[in-house]
Design a protein around this ligand. Structure first.
Ligand code: ASP
Length: 350
């Protein structure tokens, strides 16, 4: 009986995930070669009833602006790495997303930013974790990839490197936004309440309401090269120097011309444990799965383990899958006619 109902719920999940997969998103660049770009601005409890039309428009506009910036790079023959970086910088500079300017606060009231980027042609990668003064962490991740022989730099050392390389450093106050500060206050309040609750009173409804806003981009350029990048402030109220999946190559970001480019968003601990981004690539490589099937299977694994989130995954032909298991995921891509498509809620999936 139990086994039967589990099979039914797995079948329903697969149906939902299939419904959330979108068709190819290809457009011709100057040379006639196909280019593609897709991005996410975080997954989580994003419900229409909690949105005002103004807020929704602001998100849609910023996602479109970032998408177009990356797309123009690709149309002009620029690299997928440049397109990923151009789009992410726009999202990092916006207070709307949990990356760069809009980063969430740690338990200590600071902002600690993580980012990574990967080149599908060479499998080169760069990443930074827990930086507090770097205006655009994605630029630093790219610099780590190109100007050092390391993959991941963290904290003060990463900032010294940023300074040496001439990247823009800002006063940590730059990352203060009232909205994120209030989120931290609510999280601290919730934590206090939970400490006072008896174990039996803690139900899914009283658990923390994770609201993600990480950003990520995947792109395919005219030379046929894939790239992926991710940038985040992590989770509100994180502590003890917690680092999520976003700067971990294979967990939050992965790109390989032989398979796909992936960026994830969600509860990073699960993404690290499941090696989500690389797992999609591995399933395509070892099992010959399509990007849609591989991405769906990985989100099914995430759901099975109790984690929340989503991914954008693009294969070397520009086909894109965007499965997620939360109420919504900010996401956008350029369709086959070269038009931007922006979606937020689950109901917009088809
Ligand atoms: N994955 C990010 C982290 O765990 C959070 C997010 O996607 O919003 O740090």
């Amino acid at each position: 009986m139990k086994h039967g109902s589990r099979m039914i719920s797995s079948a329903i999940l697969i149906l939902i995930l299939t419904w959330m997969t979108i068709p190819a998103t290809l457009s011709a660049g100057d040379s006639g070669r196909r280019v593609a770009i897709a991005l996410h601005g975080g997954a989580g409890t994003i419900l229409k009833k909690n949105m005002t039309p103004e807020k929704e428009n602001a998100y849609r506009e910023k996602l479109t602006e970032a998408l177009q910036a990356g797309y123009q790079v690709l149309l002009q023959g620029g690299s997928s790495l440049d397109a990923v970086q151009a789009a992410i910088v726009i999202l990092e500079d916006s207070p709307l997303f949990n990356a760069g300017k809009g980063a969430v606060f740690t338990n200590a009231g600071t902002n600690e930013l993580d980012a990574s980027i990967m080149d599908g042609k060479t499998l080169n990668a760069g990443a930074v974790a827990a930086v507090k003064r770097v205006k655009n962490p994605i630029k630093l991740a790219r610099t780590v990839m190109e100007k050092s022989w390391h993959v991941l730099l963290s904290g003060a050392g990463a900032e010294t490197f940023a300074k040496e390389q001439g990247l823009e450093l800002v006063d940590p106050k730059y990352f203060y936004t009232e909205r994120r500060w209030q989120s931290l206050q609510r999280a601290l309040e919730q934590e206090k309440k939970k400490r006072q609750m008896r174990k039996s009173e803690i139900t899914p409804e009283t658990q923390d309401d994770f609201k993600f806003g990480t950003v990520g981009v995947t792109a395919l350029d005219q030379a046929g090269n894939l790239a992926a990048g991710t940038s985040t402030g992590g989770l509100t109220n994180k502590r003890f120097g917690r680092i999520g999946d976003s700067p971990i190559i294979g967990a939050g970001t992965y790109a390989n011309n032989a398979t796909c480019a992936v960026s994830g968003t969600g509860q990073g601990e699960y993404f690290i444990r499941l090696n989500i981004a690389h797992d999609i690539s591995a399933m395509m490589e070892y099992k010959g799965l399509s990007v849609q099937d591989a991405a769906q299977q990985v989100i099914a694994k995430l759901t099975h383990l109790g984690g929340e989130g989503g991914v954008i995954a693009m294969d070397r032909h520009g086909n894109v899958a965007m499965p997620f298991n939360t109420a919504g995921m900010y996401r956008a891509y350029i369709d086959a006619d070269g038009k931007p498509v922006v979606k937020i809620y689950r109901e917009e999936s088809h």
